[in-house]
Design a protein around this ligand. Sequence first.
Ligand code: SAM
Ligand code: SF4
Length: 470
Amino acid sequence: MKKPNMKNARLRGKEEVSYVNYDKQFDKFGKNKHYYVRTYGCQMNEHDSEKICGMLQSVGYTPCDDVNNADIVILNTCAIRENAHDKVFGFLGVLKHIKDTTNPNLLVGICGCMAQEEVVVDEILKKYKYVDFVCGTHNLDNLLSIIKSKIETNNMQVEVLSVEGDIVENIPVIRESKYSAWVDIIYGCDKFCTYCIVPYTRGSQRSRKKEDIINEVKVLKDTGYKEVTLLGQNVNAYGKDLYDDYNLANLLSDVSDTGIDRIRFVTSHPWDFTEEMVDIIASRDNIMPYIHLPLQSGSNRILKLMNRRYTKEEYLKLYNSIRTKVKDSSITTDIIVGFPGETEEDFNETLDLVNKCKFDGAFTFAFSPRENTPAALMKETVSEEVKMDRLHRLNEVVNKYSNNNNSKMNGKVVKCLVTSLSDKDKTKVCGYTENMKLVNIKGSKDLIGKIVDVKITDTKSFSMDGEYCK
Ligand code: SAM
Ligand code: SF4
């Protein structure tokens, strides 16, 4: 058993990162068996789940949509807020019921960020003894060995490393979309924002080699992909740990040169976002004019307590530069309300910044203390009631600007990458504009996978309607 240790995760040094190839061989121990994977949290987790599916299918497991038909269920978890925990423990109850009644042989495994938390693993060992295996984020490539050991020994397997290991290339992957692909460019985070658990659960910042990224994009393009999204907790720090003279601007330029139709990237941290990066985004047609630029707070006092390393003035300068240089851009953000010590005045400064920026959208959160992070040790001064009230007031302002910005697109003809049939109306398909607006398009399923012209006919806060222009 290898358990996580938050103290060790915090004390990590600058170890050399090794780049290795996934070369694990197994017999087809999943043949005639079904798997079910449930993903919680961010895009990085979604992409990790594609790797989990890839590894499971490589040994013969086939996917199923109903947990009741599964032989193995894997929960790929998120630790960012307490409600993410609650959802996972709630679903574990459902799985226990299945094990107790209809399928005692069901294997239940936990991967992802919750697996990296010492308190969570201790709780699983104490109270959730029916969980069969726990696999951390740093050794995901070892998942099949862990499952095999469980099958062979019938003992609960816990393998979680506190310090990140190698960067493993070529893990088998089953991508959810045939048109739009996630591509990891940097793992981990060295920013240590005081509220955030990610630097402990995902380890220190490690960039993939540029050649590996560019080759992956070339292969995706050759197999028909139209869009790639470059992934990392802080993509703007790309290269800092690996090269003296190669950064995200250089990588964006090289990925753009592959000729793939659309390039996106998430998430950006304002601290590492340079004018050189803004210029390259502005100058290349295949780098999409959509930027997610988390603000977190509009109060300099709170930004400092959060250890965000920028002031609201610096944020605004960068924001305005992007808006000015990148044509038809849309910018979204993340904001936390109720951080310890946030006064009504601080909150009003956040509202003031939202009014200045007029974001296209925002993910808004109530502060949730995460065990072992510095902010969890700060005295909580904002009641749940006040947090909810601030969240509500913030969302009203955010939605007003989303609506206003979207309405400016009414009547325009824009390019959309059509990705799927509409869930609600089978005469419609869904697609995304270059600036990442979701459009429900009147049109047939033959459009799926194509980039087409669409006339916008109506707009709302979170989506718009449109018609395919033949
Ligand atoms: N790396 C990205 C960045 O720096 O902006 C985002 C990472 S995190 C997965 C996504 C968002 O969750 C953050 O931007 C923040 O707004 C929110 N978040 C993280 N920790 C939180 C906490 N303890 N309580 C509430 N929201 C939190
Ligand atoms: Fe968390 Fe801050 Fe790193 Fe984003 S930059 S992952 S918020 S520590």
